[in-house]
Write a protein that binds this ligand. Structure first.
Ligand code: NAD
Ligand code: MG
Length: 394
């Protein structure tokens, strides 16, 4: 029986994780569930899975949850704040930590899981983008197991030889081919992009996801963040990671070898597949996902990305090449810009403008320590907020 802690238990990833867990009550026990401020949602998850701990990042929400649970589920202890999140990620009775908080807020709790030597099921790509060098070092030092949940990275993990960390050359590894559906705006005329509403940007053709990652998919920043994520996870450099537009979203990514072979992982676009893979690894288990019917898919299309239509993808690649805290700055600017867009303060096309301006105004430095990373994250947020204000004033 494995104890599971779910960081971000009211999001889209978690709904899928709890669905997988509910199929295997004899194998997995939910030890802790966490959320930001969605008291009602977390309360219902607690009533269903009866965890020993529930954490709300928001202190007031934690008080409300504690009051409700005291009456109906007194055995669940309620904790609050980032310290509560870090505490449950490192509990001795926890074996697996699903890291699915959205954005930079996930970094410290996910790091706590790595430092406690857990199996970390990583959905929270922003943690790796903003602090990859530190995060990977902590994983190594504490013997944590890092398994990718992002569908593309999970696909690559499945196509790589087990010893990929020992060096690419001796294994004949050449390139990673990271697929992308192209998002909901792949064919929208470029001149119409400035009028795209938050709901239009979030209407992903193949995946149902949280609103932040949905906007990232529409700008293709999501794929840019995934290029950086892939470099850290698979010990490679951005010139070895190619983005391939594949609108059907059934080939989840590929690995190219020296002899010209390309290995791919196929499956329905359903996050329960990578989640079940990472939870059962190195075994396999049922995920509940619909089987892929290749006759229904019928054809597979691949095309090169258009970096003029999707400038965010270019900026992310530039940050990947620049290294140091460039990606920390990119990620922070993107979080501020996406939040402002979802709040209808700026237009869709202002997102790349804000990221560009923030990267120009904020100089990166080597990724030496966590304090520097958190400081650069804050510097970039301040700059990006002032860019939002400037755009609104125009
Ligand atoms: P979501 O918005 O649906 O859920 C986010 C979760 O994070 C919620 O439970 C929320 O309570 C929690 N949260 C938000 N802010 C927090 C804070 N400050 N402190 C603590 N908790 C906080 O997002 P999602 O779509 O589930 O995505 C989660 C992560 O997984 C993201 O990093 C995303 O990039 C990644 N991911 C998601 C998918 C997907 O299919 N949804 C696929 C690949 C990767
Ligand atoms: Mg992905």
């Amino acid at each position: 029986m494995k104890g599971v802690c779910i960081l971000g238990a009211t999001g889209s990833i978690e709904i899928n994780t709890l669905d997988v867990i509910a199929r295997y009550p004899q194998d997995f026990r939910v030890v802790a569930l966490t959320a930001n401020s969605e008291t009602e949602r977390l309360y219902h998850q607690c009533m269903k899975f009866r965890p020993a701990y529930a954490v709300m990042a928001d202190e007031r929400a934690a008080e409300l949850l504690a009051a409700k649970l005291r009456e109906h589920l007194p055995e669940t202890e309620v904790l609050a704040g980032v310290s509560g999140l870090q505490q449950v990620a490192a509990l001795p009775q926890v074996d697996y930590v699903m890291a699915a908080i959205v954005g930079a807020a996930g970094l410290l709790p996910t790091l706590a899981a790595a430092r406690a030597g857990k199996r970390v099921l990583l959905a929270n790509k922003e943690a790796l983008v903003m602090a990859g060098a530190i995060f990977m070092e902590e994983v190594r030092r504490h013997g944590a197991e890092l398994l990718p949940i992002d569908s593309e990275h999970n696909a690559i993990f499945q196509c790589l030889p087990a010893a990929y960390a020992n060096g690419w050359e001796q294994l004949g590894l050449r390139r990673l081919l990271l697929t992308s559906s192209g998002g909901p705006l792949l064919r929208t005329p470029v001149e119409a992009l400035s009028q795209i509403s938050p709901d239009q940007a979030c209407a992903h053709p193949n995946w149902a996801m949280g609103r932040k990652i949905s906007v990232d998919s529409a700008t293709m920043m999501n794929k840019g963040l995934e290029v950086i994520e892939a470099c850290w996870l698979f010990h490679t450099t951005p010139e070895r990671v190619e983005v391939v537009i594949h609108p059907q979203s059934v080939v989840h990514s590929m690995v190219e070898y020296a002899d010209g072979s390309i290995l791919a992982q196929f499956g329905s676009p359903d996050m329960r597949i990578p989640i079940a893979h990472a939870m059962a690894w190195p075994g396999r288990m049922e995920s509940g996902a619909e089987r892929l019917d290749l006759f229904k898919v019928a054809r597979l299309d691949f095309e090169a990305p258009d970096y003029d239509r999707f400038p965010c993808l270019r900026y992310a690649r530039e940050a990947a090449f620049e290294g140091g805290t460039a990606a920390t700055i990119l990620n922070a600017a993107n979080e501020i810009a996406v939040a402002a867009f979802l709040d209808e303060q700026i237009r869709f096309t202002d997102i790349p403008r804000i990221i560009r301006a923030t990267m120009m105004a904020t100089s990166p430095r080597p990724m030496d320590c966590l304090e520097d990373i958190l400081e650069d994250d804050q510097r970039a947020r301040l700059e990006a907020r002032s860019q939002v204000v400037a755009i609104r004033a125009c």
